[in-house]
Ligand binder design. Sequence first.
Ligand SMILES: [Zn+2]
Length: 74
Amino acid sequence: MKIDMRSIYRFTPVEHSGPLPSGGDIYYECACGDIVSSVSYIAAACECGNVKGGQGSATVQDAARVKPVRGKLR
Ligand SMILES: [Zn+2]
């Protein structure tokens, strides 16, 4: 079962230059439309496989396809 993160969090874009930021309230929005926590402790991946999370971090294959966003609980 897939959880729609947007039903739980309100996401706002994060200004950044250089490497993608990470942190407890930072999520990666992939071009495929999925959102993965930047510090995911559960195994997670976006639909296209560009972002994979787990063990407290997330791995991004193509950073150009990822937008960092800040998530706040609704
Ligand atoms: Zn993706």
